[in-house]
Write a protein that binds this ligand. Structure first.
Ligand code: NAI
Length: 302
């Protein structure tokens, strides 16, 4: 069981000016990767830009003997995604690792969730992951190597009051990953998703102060760094990570209830069998739509 190293690898970390992203960037650099530290330097709600957050992280990496370059583009435009990847290509010639981490928060109960709050959060998390990954993908394909980490949230995977925009955008990472894992398979591009828990400017007001020390970003980073390494062969995994806890989360399907279609299916058939339809027993994991469809077709044809 040797040391996990990233020597010779080029990594992009979006939103790496603070919080989790900063910790990822420092860790990847300490493991030998050359790092693009992206951050547009705005406020937690996505307003403003231009602070020197990315530069400060680059300075820390360089002071420790690592290699890093800053980028200040917003992730949510195709142009921004292209520039972020161009920064990696211009400085280091390739891109091996992409951590889609940039994020903002705009809490509102759904009754107050106006279009601007919806669009902005969806743009940074969902379109942002698309824009940067889309720009990096051809380089990863060409080199037959890629490690991509997407950032979801328990707020979307399980639900959280006031997070309709954020939860929807974060849960979408799973759908995005499920397709990338298939399309990247023959190019050795592995895509995984995390649902982190850590104290940062985004979360410190939600978390009781006595738990802050237990939830340092540094306790999330080792799993993310492993997912970014050549040692990691996993793709399509979702991981709950924070405070020293690491666990797989999975979308699964239960056997359910199948009724022959040689006669009409009534609403009462559903009512009478709802317990079986709704049961969470004997779940099964499917690695793709095709696998799931084969099982359903088999049941239908029996
Ligand atoms: P943070 O607010 O410290 O970090 C987010 C970073 O993204 C900031 O430095 C910000 O300047 C940057 N950013 C925002 N919009 C950007 C844009 N358009 N382009 C480039 N950079 C941009 O928050 P934290 O906690 O470190 O969050 C990191 C990621 O983890 C986010 O995606 C967040 O939604 C997610 N997350 C965090 C959790 C936690 O417990 N801290 C829980 C679940 C998810």
């Amino acid at each position: 069981m040797g040391e996990v190293r990233l020597d010779g690898k080029v990594a992009i970390v979006t939103g790496a000016g603070g919080g989790l992203g900063r910790s990822y960037a420092l860790s990847l650099a300490s493991m030998g990767a050359k790092v693009v530290v992206n951050d547009l330097g705005g406020a937690m709600d996505g307003s403003g830009s231009g602070s020197d957050m990315a530069d400060k992280v680059v300075d820390v990496i360089k002071a420790s003997g690592g290699e890093a370059v800053a980028n200040y583009d917003g992730v949510e435009t195709v142009e921004g995604g292209k520039n972020i990847v161009k920064t990696a290509i211009d400085a280091f010639g390739k891109v091996d690792i992409l951590i889609n981490n940039a994020g903002i928060l705009r809490d509102k109960t759904f009754v107050n969730m106006d279009e601007q709050n919806w669009d902005m959060v969806v743009a940074v998390h969902m379109k942002g992951a698309y824009c940067v990954t889309y720009a990096a993908w051809p380089y990863m394909r060409e080199n037959s190597y890629g490690r991509i980490v997407l950032t979801a949230s328990a707020a979307g995977l399980f639900g959280n009051f006031g997070h309709a925009n954020y939860g929807a955008a974060k849960a979408s990472m799973v759908g995005f990953m499920n397709v990338l894992k298939l399309e990247g398979a023959k190019y050795n591009i592995k895509t995984n998703t995390i649902a982190p828990m850590a104290t940062s400017r985004m979360t410190e007001s939600y978390m009781p102060p006595e738990i802050h020390d237990k939830l340092k970003p540094e306790f999330v980073t080792p799993l993310v760094a492993y997912l970014c390494s050549e040692d990691c062969e996993e793709t399509g995994g979702i991981y709950s990570v924070g405070g020293g806890h690491f666990a797989r989360i999975a979308l699964m399907e239960c056997p359910g209830y199948t009724q022959a279609v040689d006669k009409d299916i009534t609403v009462e058939d559903i009512k009478n069998n709802f317990e079986e339809i709704n049961s969470l027993e004997n779940m099964k994991y499917y690695a793709s739509l095709s696998e799931e469809n084969v099982d359903i077709m088999t049941k239908i044809m029996e």
